[in-house]
Ligand binder design. Structure first.
Ligand code: IDP
Ligand code: MG
Length: 136
């Protein structure tokens, strides 16, 4: 089923010049990037986007990291793209992320794990509207 998801390259992806590499993987898989922008997150946006981890002890570090430089936000479309992108990304914990996945190839940190991808179709629509506006 055709879906869309919200993908966000985190500040270390930009600092490490991995934007092209990650975009290449998304495109070569066959998914379509239909919107993309570079911007810097505010504390408020991070709190909203990561509300489900706001009470975790590692949240302050995540907030500092996510506001440490620009991110690249994208809308990505394709069949089963929500789950498909989660597979391309690899799991949150870097030691569980297999080589060949984005996190498996580029992350040795659970927090600074290069990329965000929505975890459900419902959340994807909320996140797309959060970052690209209500008409997106
Ligand atoms: P996800 O990004 O794979 O969907 P979530 O559980 O939604 O993972 O967590 C959001 C973000 O919070 C992660 O991408 C990561 O940056 C950070 N995070 C999650 N768990 C940990 C942890 O145990 N230590 C440090 N940071 C974490
Ligand atoms: Mg998540």
């Amino acid at each position: 089923m055709k879906e869309r998801t919200y993908i966000m390259l985190k500040p270390n992806a930009i600092k490490r010049r991995l934007v092209g590499e990650v975009i290449k993987r998304i495109e070569q898989k066959g998914f379509e990037i239909t919107n993309m922008k570079m911007f810097t997150l505010t504390d408020e946006l991070v709190k909203e986007h990561y509300a489900h981890i706001a009470d975790k002890p590692f949240f302050p570090e995540v907030k500092d990291f996510m506001t440490s430089g620009p991110v690249v936000g994208m809308i990505v479309e394709g069949d089963n793209v929500v789950e498909g992108m989660r597979i391309l990304m690899g799991p949150t914990k870097w030691l569980e992320a297999q080589p060949g996945t984005i996190r498996g190839d580029f992350a040795i940190s659970n927090g600074e794990n290069i990329i965000h991808g929505s975890d459900s179709v419902e959340n994807a629509e909320i996140e797309i509207k959060r970052f690209f506006g209500k008409d997106a």
